[in-house]
Ligand binder design. Structure first.
Ligand code: BES
Ligand code: ZN
Length: 683
């Protein structure tokens, strides 16, 4: 399929679903609010779509209350917002949304802002890059598992939709969590920022670190707390639990390092972004009205989906160009070499795509480093599938944004850290014992301690990280089947809360997962593994078909129960050449275990050749149970695999039937068909 076409389809889907309803089943309190008159501003290039959509759906044309250059303002009904935005994104084929206004005056004022605002904000501050000690101290201890855990916590709420009760529960959880990180520092406060009821009932959450020498100058780092979805849950793991979790890890480092900024720093988790940037707009407008001197704003909305080799996309529209170059300067200064290398490129995201637009419109310098180019962002956002699984269950990508945000705060708010702990943790391995032989799943255990607390313990096999644990007890279930049989070293490496690390002395163990190669059983007339192990391999016994090729003891079906076709030429026409069965967890065959069948076949045709797989609980009198049929995708030697669950039975078997045309059956008469069985012992 044409990849270009695929990319644009994906983008439309993401944006379409942006405007789906709140999850109704799970969020009864999120049902249609009183149908108030509200105002929206949209990009003028999509204004005609707003009109056409409402008229097309049987509504009166919305009143256009103003239009200035690139921005158009409409008066609509609150209940029409979802419809408008969905259609707008359907037909405009781009993201970027609308800004919600609870008064007409606000909508009209917002049209004047954009151009003037950018000119004004660019005068706000002189950018310098001269605080490397603080940047490096904040960056060194940033840890992926912490970001991952915060994403898991936030995405565990059914929804964080702004009208839902769990949307408020999530705000309260975040406030407590940030408070616990602040750990009683008197220059740090955490508040719930409540908005007028016409804006939203969800509170925003703000942490403030009071500046030491320039407290009236404010640096803002934000993301949005709310989520939305077309389905029954709105996990919003990427959009935007990732942004909040990224900021949370920067906060944790700032606190454990005793970071004291010269300028005041505010971390903000905005309410109600998904319904027109409401929380951030209310805050930014209030700050503007109160003449708060905000020198810079960094928005993190979607940080954990690596859409391409570009790590960071700097959005150049509705952002401040001078601050954007300051940030890309920071990236090239601090993150230019492995393991901290970060690549970036420019992109655009449209009118009002996230909360930075609220700050831009209020006259402040705002930027949004984004997870990918606009054409490659996470296609699962705004659906029930926006989960951490879509990022391979890790926060590696978000960690890069934590580094960028740490550099940004250290270089814009300046100030220094007060590191009191340079002592690495104490760490020791308590299992396995030196010289042990391990099979199946083996537990690796460690003890670790440190004055600043333990951030995480990594478990290493031959120096490679096999797993990490962030809290005591530090035990890890090592699947030894993922490591080759033989001698290996095992060790644990602990990181303390400020990033100091130490590695335990290592022990040498022997991995010994039993495997066996089948021998020909002249009674059953098929290859057989006599003793129980974790895998059984036919080796070379099945190589060929009928009289074609080296296959001895043909047809190698139990009791000679099914003959092979005899036409064609060895390794031009079809043959099943080898069968291997193995438990997926590396432990011995036993009832209930998942086993994998690997059948190596010679493929003649990728359309007519099919592999039928069967198993039998009792090999001495087999009843064949169908597992699956696999169509090979390439010619020549191919290994085709499937899994099934072992029934009980001491002597079991699998059958591979490789056929040319014909239909699914355990045995058939086609002249190019090969049938082979493999018998093996089970506990
Ligand atoms: N995180 C998205 C914005 C986004 C999505 C940016 C995909 C870049 C790529 C944000 O939460 C969102 O959905 N915004 C809406 C606009 C909002 C004002 C209703 C959008 O852009 O569709
Ligand atoms: Zn978002």
């Amino acid at each position: 399929m044409n990849m270009k076409r695929l990319a644009s389809v994906v983008m439309v889907l993401g944006c379409v679903s942006a405007f789906a309803k709140a999850p109704e089943s799970s969020v009864p309190e999120a049902q249609a609010p009183a149908d108030r008159e509200v105002w929206i501003t949209v990009g003028s290039d999509v204004a005609h779509i707003v009109n056409a959509t409402l008229v097309g759906s049987g509504f009166a044309a919305p009143e256009q209350v103003g239009q200035k250059g690139e921005v158009t303002a409409f008066r609509v009904r609150e209940s029409q917002l979802n419809l408008i935005s969905r259609a707008m994104h359907d037909r405009a084929n781009r993201c970027g949304g609308y800004i919600y206004h609870d008064t007409e005056a606000s909508a009209l004022a917002s049209m004047d802002n954009t151009a003037a605002a950018q000119a004004m904000s660019s005068l706000a501050v002189t950018y310098t890059v001269d605080n490397a000690a603080t940047v490096n101290a904040l960056v060194a201890g940033l840890q992926e598992p912490n970001i991952r855990n915060t994403i898991t916590q936030l995405s565990s709420y059914t929804t964080r939709y702004h009208t839902s009760s769990t949307g408020t529960t999530a705000a309260n959880w975040l406030k407590s969590h940030w408070e616990s990180l602040a750990n009683g520092r008197t220059d740090v406060t955490v508040e719930l920022y409540t908005h007028p009821s016409t804006v939203t009932t969800q509170p925003s959450v703000i942490m403030t670190i009071q500046g030491t020498t320039l407290p009236s100058e404010v640096v803002v780092l934000g993301g949005h707390l709310d989520s939305t979805s077309s389905g029954s849950t709105a996990p919003g793991a990427d959009d935007d639990a990732s942004g909040i979790a990224t900021l949370t890890e920067v906060i944790r480092m700032a606190m454990v390092q005793g970071y004291r900024p010269q300028r005041t720093v505010k971390f903000m988790a905005y309410a109600a972004e998904e319904v027109g940037l409401r929380g951030s707009k209310n805050i930014a407008d209030t700050y503007k009205a109160n003449a708060v001197n905000v020198v810079g704003v960094l928005q993190l909305d979607m940080t954990n989906y690596q859409g391409s080799t570009i790590d960071v996309a700097m959005m150049t529209d509705y952002t401040n160009a001078a601050q954007n170059s300051f940030i890309t300067n920071l990236i090239s200064t601090y993150f230019n070499t492995d393991p901290n290398k970060i690549t970036w490129s420019n992109s655009t995201c449209g009118y009002a795509c996230s909360d930075h637009a609220s700050w831009t419109n209020a006259g402040f310098a705002a930027s949004i480093p984004f997870e990918s180019l606009m054409s490659q962002y996470n296609p699962s956002i705004h659906t029930v599938n926006d989960t951490l699984a879509r990022s391979n269950n890790n926060a590696n990508h978000a960690l890069k944004f934590a580094k960028v945000a740490a550099a940004y705060v250290a270089e814009l708010a300046k100030g220094s850290v007060n590191v009191t702990d340079t002592t690495p943790p104490t760490v020791a391995l308590t299992a396995p014992a030196s010289g042990a032989t391990v099979t199946g799943t083996a537990t690796i255990s460690a003890t670790a301690s440190d004055a600043s607390g333990i951030g995480r313990v990594d478990f290493l096999v031959d120096g490679q990280v096999k797993g990490s644990v962030t809290s005591s007890p530090y035990n890890f279930a090592w699947d030894t089947a993922s490591t080759a049989n033989g001698s290996h070293t095992v060790a644990a490496r602990a990181y303390d809360g400020v990033g100091n690390s130490a590695t335990s002395s290592s022990v040498t163990v022997t991995v010994s997962n039993s495997t066996s190669t089948a021998g020909y059983d002249s009674t059953l007339k098929a290859p057989r593994c006599l003793s129980v192990s974790s895998s059984c391999d036919s080796g070379t016994l099945l190589n060929g078909r009928g009289g074609l090729g080296p296959e001895v003891n043909t047809p190698n079906t139990i009791n000679g129960s099914c003959a092979d076709g005899l036409s064609g030429t060895y390794h031009s026409d079809e043959s099943n050449d080898r069968i291997k069965v193995s438990t997926t967890d590396g432990t011995p065959f036993a009832a209930g275990k998942t086993v994998k069948i690997d059948a190596t076949v010679w493929v003649y045709s990728t359309t007519a050749d099919k592999l039928d797989l069967y198993y039998a609980a009792n090999a001495t009198s087999p009843t064949w149970t169908y597992i699956t049929t696999i169509t090979p995708t390439a010619k020549g030697a191919q290994t085709l695999s499937a899994t099934y669950t072992l029934p009980s039975g001491a002597v079991q078997a699998v059958r591979a039937r490789f056929r040319y045309n014909g239909s699914v059956a355990a045995c058939g008469t086609g002249s190019y068909n090969d049938h082979d069985d493999l018998v093996f012992a089970v506990q």
